[in-house]
Design a binder for this molecule. Structure first.
Ligand code: PEP
Ligand code: MN
Length: 338
């Protein structure tokens, strides 16, 4: 349930309602809009009996029940789109953001070469995995802390911001030291201990949809992070498992259009994992932006044939340059800037 305060409500009136929410055993969440302040009433207790009481207060304009299973992530709670600040780079609102980089950090030279290449194409956010959650225990698991140090060097040299994945709660302190944004991968979309730990850091989070996660479950995973007090969440559609076996996953663009209606959080599309095929990345990048996404997560490698992971779906640097030009056209058609 959300309480919409009357336009121009004074601070003490707002605090009066907040105190009442707390007294009744609920947790208040304030959202101050340009015109009105909204107070989210969060808690497991039944709210139907108190709804009428709040609605009858002089300072309250209306009380709206939120029927969806997520509250803080809902558009009812926060009308304006959320813009997440990744060390000065904005994601959301009128901007199209591109996060690019190799699936894995493989060496100092590799990540520096790719970071320079991405910068030269206008990219400002570098994603590379130092901890890799691989399906096979025998596959490359990442360079771990050494990989984080290489990412830091790439940032120091090029100014590019760093996005990298966390796989274990125990790595949280290390990750926040090196990352500007922390990725939670598809395999951890339901790892609530990890999601909560990242929620407590306040760092921007790139949350990827699980391969068998419904849209409602996905947004509830984001709700965990928001309810830990971290508003900096970006959702990423990366494709789901279906009967289709010609592509790695089925990139669900329905979810993008739906999430843009249901939540105020920025939504990115990952056409690399969504298709698994390099030649489909540019067309599905265009489609993602046209569906309303706020940006893309794209795997890029200068030598994909030598990549330790996900080479076949990685764009080569000249392809990435072309991709950026193509996206700019769709962004302009959508009234957004890059
Ligand atoms: C990745 O981003 O490289 C990755 C492992 O993706 P996902 O978690 O979506 O499978
Ligand atoms: Mn990958």
């Amino acid at each position: 349930m959300i309480i919409v305060m009357k336009q121009g409500a004074a601070e003490e009136e707002i605090q009066g309602v907040v105190a009442l929410v707390e007294k009744l055993g609920f947790t208040p969440h304030l959202s101050r809009g340009e015109e009105r302040t909204i107070i989210g009433v969060i808690g497991a207790k039944d709210k139907s009996t108190v709804q009428q009481m709040f609605a009858s207060l002089d300072t309250v304009e209306s009380v709206i029940p939120i029927l969806k299973p997520f509250k803080l992530a809902s558009v009812e709670m926060h009308r304006a789109p959320t813009v997440v600040d990744v060390d000065g780079e904005k994601i959301g609102g009128e901007i199209i953001s591109i996060i690019a980089g190799p699936c894995s950090v493989e060496s100092e030279e590799q990540i520096l070469r790719i970071a320079r290449g991405i910068r030269a194409c206008g990219g400002r956010l570098l994603r590379g995995g130092a901890y890799k959650p691989r399906t096979s225990p025998y596959a490359f698991q990442g360079l771990e802390e050494e990989g984080l140090r290489f990412l830091k060097q790439a940032k120091e040299e090029t100014g590019i911001k760093i996005v990298t994945e966390i796989v274990a709660v125990g790595d949280t302190d290390l990750l926040i030291e090196y990352a500007d944004m922390i990725q939670i991968g598809a395999r951890n979309c339901h790892n609530y201990a990890l999601i909560k730990a990242v929620g407590q850091t306040g760092k921007p989070v790139l949350l990827k949809r699980g391969m068998a996660t419904t849209v409602k479950e996905f947004i509830q995973a984001a709700e965990y992070i928001l309810s830990e007090g971290n508003p900096n969440v970006v959702l990423c559609e990366r494709g789901i498992r279906t009967f289709e076996d010609s592509t790695r996953n089925t990139l669900d663009l329905n979810s993008v259009a739906l999430m843009k209606r249901w939540t105020h959080l920025p939504v990115l599309v990952d056409p690399s994992h969504g298709t698994g095929l390099r030649e489909l990345v540019i067309p599905m990048s265009r489609a993602g932006i046209a569906a309303g996404a706020d940006g893309l997560l794209i795997e890029v490698h200068d030598r994909p044939e030598e990549a330790f992971s996900d080479g076949p779906q990685s764009l080569k640097l000249p392809d990435f340059a072309e991709c950026m030009r193509e996206i700019a056209k769709i962004a302009a058609a959508m009234g957004k800037t890059m």
